[in-house]
Design a protein around this ligand. Structure first.
Ligand code: NAD
Ligand code: DAU
Length: 360
């Protein structure tokens, strides 16, 4: 199959962490997506979505901003028709595992019903031209469940999601798969490991630890910090998504990982040392803020990804190494105080207070 060249792209969730990095990449001068006529960002601006994440690209004439909910069928229909969309990167989602444990309703609404609404609208809008379209459904390695000390998830690993978040993403993956199997809608599914980099809301591990460290607040490590995650820089994920869009075979899934695995405690210690160095604190000052707190319910022990299919079929390779990019990421959060303030909504503060009682 030849390369697919999108012209008019819709990015749902484009005001979130990965979506905003992807939008920036799509609009980059001289970048791989230079042939795009327009990039439409559709986002509901929940507590996790912020226009501040799109600073620097909002004046690009190819960018069109739509404030809408993916569950709103009429709004989604209008966007596809008005902009003659021929390709979708679907990233809009509720994405934080701990919030799904607090209350899963909105995860089912957005991740399941919202994905259904979007994909069903795409199926109807593109009915007479599937060959000229693509729907890239962006998902997670958490759909595969948890691993022990060894092994890695392949695209053949059976789904066994453990958190309500993972279950809602698994449900959305299955819906996406069914739209290929039933209707032939050209759907490509991607399953990626943990991302890090700029513009990630400080409720996820890495930016939360940096934000707390700066303010001298405790660094809450769940359980004993022994769980292991695999970390991919968001730029590498965005490159992977472009390769899935342009080279992926409809009906296929692709796993993306980095090989950079680390226990949570080791990662938090590294972050603490980097903050010490950047802020000229004595080594050990920030590590002293580490506080072991009650473990996450149903906490998955380890995720690890086998990316060999993506390397072989999409010619994708990760290019950023955690050793180098973690220090750069710390510097980005330290330098962007105004951004950290802009994304600190009331809802963010509410969740922090409820989720980490007695830590302030
Ligand atoms: P995020 O929480 O930072 O961003 C999600 C965005 O979706 C926000 O801008 C939010 O406003 C928007 N949104 C939420 N509900 C919406 C709705 N009903 N309608 C329209 N917009 C809505 O998430 P992220 O970390 O950028 O993740 C993006 C996608 O990538 C998600 O689908 C997630 O499951 C997947 N993913 C994330 C990671 C990771 O490590 N962050 C790894 C693998 C896959
Ligand atoms: O694996 C991909 C997934 O990675 C994505 O699908 C999710 O959207 C994304 O949020 C992320 O999920 P995790 O649950 O792995 O990420 P989080 O940053 O919430 O936590 C990373 C690890 O750190 C996890 O083992 C829990 C632990 N942790 C997290 C927080 C917020 C702590 O020990 N303390 C904390 O305060």
């Amino acid at each position: 199959m030849g390369r697919f060249e999108p012209r008019r792209l819709l990015i749902t969730g484009g005001a979130g962490f990965i979506g905003s990095n992807l939008t920036r990449r799509m609009l980059a001068a001289g970048g791989e997506a230079a042939g795009l006529e327009k990039v439409v960002v559709l986002d509901a601006l929940t507590y996790a979505g912020h226009l501040a994440n799109l600073d620097g690209v909002t004046s690009d004439p190819r960018l069109h901003w739509v404030h809408a909910d993916i569950c709103d069928r009429a709004a989604v229909e209008r966007v596809l028709a008005d902009h003659a969309i021929d390709a979708i990167f679907h990233l809009a989602a509720e994405s934080h595992v701990d919030r799904s444990i607090e209350a899963a309703d909105v995860f089912v609404r957005t991740n399941v019903t919202g994905t259904f609404t979007l994909i069903d609208v795409a199926r109807r809008a593109w009915a007479d031209r599937f060959d000229a379209t693509r729907f890239v459904h962006v998902s997670t390695d958490e759909v595969y469940g948890a691993l022990g000390e060894t092994g890695a998830f392949t695209e053949q690993t059976p789904y066994a999601p453990n958190s309500p978040y993972a279950a809602s993403k698994a449900a959305s993956d299955l819906l996406a798969r069914s739209y290929f199997q039933t209707y032939g809608l050209p759907v490509v599914i991607t399953n990626c490991c943990n991302n890090y980099g700029p513009y990630q809301l400080p409720e996820k591990l890495i930016p939360l630890m940096i934000a707390n460290a700066v303010e001298g607040k405790p660094l809450p490590v769940y359980g004993q910090g022994k769980q292991i995650r695999e970390w991919l820089h968001v730029d590498d994920h965005c490159a992977a998504l472009w390769s899935a869009m342009t080279r992926g075979t409809p009906g296929e899934s692709y796993n993306f990982g980095s090989g950079d695995e680390m226990s949570n405690l080791r990662l938090v210690e590294l972050l603490a040392d980097l903050v010490d160095d950047e802020l000229a604190r004595a080594r050990g000052t920030t590590r002293a803020l580490i506080k072991f707190v009650v473990d996450r319910k149903g906490h998955d022990f380890r995720y690890a990804i086998d990316s060999s299919k993506a390397r072989r079929a999409l010619a994708w390779e990760r290019s950023k190494v955690l050793d180098v990019k973690l220090a750069e990421t710390v510097r980005w959060y330290l330098a962007n105080t105004a951004w950290r303030q802009a994304v600190a909504s009331e809802e963010h503060a509410r969740f922090q207070a409820v989720h980490y009682p007695g830590l302030r």
